[in-house]
Design a protein around this ligand. Structure first.
Ligand SMILES: [Fe+2]
Length: 454
């Protein structure tokens, strides 16, 4: 669905602006490649290589102009397609971050993190079309409650200047990774049901689950997946150094409020200096979660190849969550439309396309926990991804009488793997008991989601 729209965007213009870092190595150009000033960089027939990309970036050519044919070829095959249209989003001025720390950021960043250990993906237990186990659900609920308290304790101490030890956070993430190995789909669905996502620690836990799932999908090892989770847990601690009203999702923001709000990643970095046993990479990536690949983020306006992969993962996850939460006058957007919105945004260059695709792989196009109506007229809950087709997940019929939620006590025929069924999803439903809205496709290029704007 999104791919069709992506191509129609590309075909509407003879040329497309693309982030240099997102050019696909190995592509052979059908037409010449120019810089944004119209200077010829490569002739038709040239092959894009890593060395050429590096040379362009060294010359500070961060964007190039491609023919639509070449851009379409890259979009259809590339792992990280990212054509940019200009002027969609107002650039934010970069805020000062100590030079020393900035140099440390630059020194620590590589454009890709290569995973040294075994991909955690290999450790995931396949669950086919099994129902959710109620004992596992109870254990998860209990884990969410206890870890919310322990993370909050560390955060409060650090914010108050007392210092803290990050090994508690690593243990928390290790516990969730073990649960994910047992049943990743169930963990992701349960994290969407956390009691109050308006509470920052609970929201950060949900973000950690989604971020780790993306890391797993990208083939990272357990250590790196755990670091992504820790990064999600701590990245917004700086918000607690600001007036309380700036943490309210429905508070109207003035321009001054927005300027103050944009300081929170730097305040997070200050707070994390007081915590021991926290990886420097986690600290630095935490301050980059609100950077965007096209340079329009904050606090520094860093572009793609200067943003750590952990932050490039957590940025879209944060955007997905913000879209699915009620914000400043608009209701929550249904998860399917929020994900479709991010997929539509890939050609605009704000996000790492490979990360959005991994989020799609982790949740399916009808994200885990979504409510749908099938072509047989019955309503169902998406409970598992399909190993075969991300557009046809495993669903479980909702009960027609009594509580909506399905149970593992329901007969097995209430669970359908749509990848193996004639049935299809006919309609996306709003979640029962929650105020949600569908998002018209015409708005999917223009939605903004960052804290105060969303
Ligand atoms: Fe934040």
């Amino acid at each position: 669905m999104s791919k069709l729209s992506t191509f129609s965007q590309v075909e509407a213009s003879p040329t497309v602006v693309v982030q240099t870092a997102n050019l696909r190595s190995g592509s052979k150009l059908q037409r010449p490649l120019y810089d944004s000033g119209g200077i010829l960089l490569l002739n038709a027939g040239s092959e894009i290589t890593d060395a050429i990309k590096t040379r362009l970036l060294e010359r500070q050519i961060e964007q190039v102009v491609l023919s639509r044919e070449d851009a379409a070829a890259m979009l259809s095959e590339a792992a990280t397609p990212s054509a940019s249209k200009t002027g969609r989003r107002k650039s934010r001025p970069a805020l000062p971050l100590g030079d020393q720390r900035h140099e440390a950021v630059a020194a620590s960043i590589s454009s890709l993190v290569r995973s040294a250990g075994m991909p955690l993906k290999n450790q995931m237990m396949p669950r086919g079309k099994e129902p959710y186990d109620r004992h596992f659900a109870q254990r998860l609920a209990s884990r969410f409650a206890t870890t919310t308290k322990s993370v909050e304790l560390v955060m409060r101490r650090v914010i108050q200047g007392a210092g803290g030890d990050a090994s508690v956070l690593a243990e928390v993430m290790g516990g969730y990774i073990r649960e994910m190995e047992q049943d990743l789909d169930h963990v992701l669905t349960s994290s969407g049901n956390l009691a109050d996502v308006k509470q920052l620690v609970q929201r950060s836990l949900r973000m950690a689950m989604l971020g780790m799932a993306v890391g797993i999908e990208l083939g990272l090892d357990g250590a790196k997946v755990g670091e992504i989770g820790t990064c999600a847990l701590v990245h917004d601690w700086g918000l607690y150094c600001l007036p309380e009203r700036l943490r309210r999702p429905n508070e109207p923001f003035s321009e001054d409020d927005w300027e103050m709000y944009m300081r929170h990643p730097s305040l997070t970095l200050d707070a994390l200096e007081r915590i021991s046993n926290l990886s420097p990479v986690v600290k630095l990536a935490s301050a980059q979660v609100h950077e965007m690949c096209d340079g329009s983020g904050y606090p520094r306006g860093l572009a793609y190849n200067r943003i750590h992969i952990y932050a490039r993962i957590l940025g879209p996850v944060d955007a997905f969550m913000s879209l699915t939460e009620a914000r400043r006058g608009r209701p929550a957007i249904v998860p399917h439309d929020a994900l479709a919105c991010l997929l539509h945004q890939i050609p605009l260059g704000r996000f790492d396309g490979a990360v959005i695709k991994a989020l799609l792989g982790a949740l399916s196009l009808f994200p885990l926990g979504s409510f749908v109506r099938l072509t047989d007229g019955q309503d169902a809950l998406v409970i598992r991804r399909s190993a075969k087709d991300y557009t046809r997940p495993v669903v479980q019929y909702l009960r027609l009488d009594g509580p909506h939620a399905p149970s593992d006590a329901d007969p097995p025929q209430t669970i359908i793997d749509l990848a193996e069924s004639q049935l299809e999803i006919a309609e996306v439903l709003l979640a029962p008991g929650k105020t949600e809205m569908r998002l018209d496709r015409s708005l999917m290029y223009d939605v903004v989601w960052d804290g105060p704007e969303a």
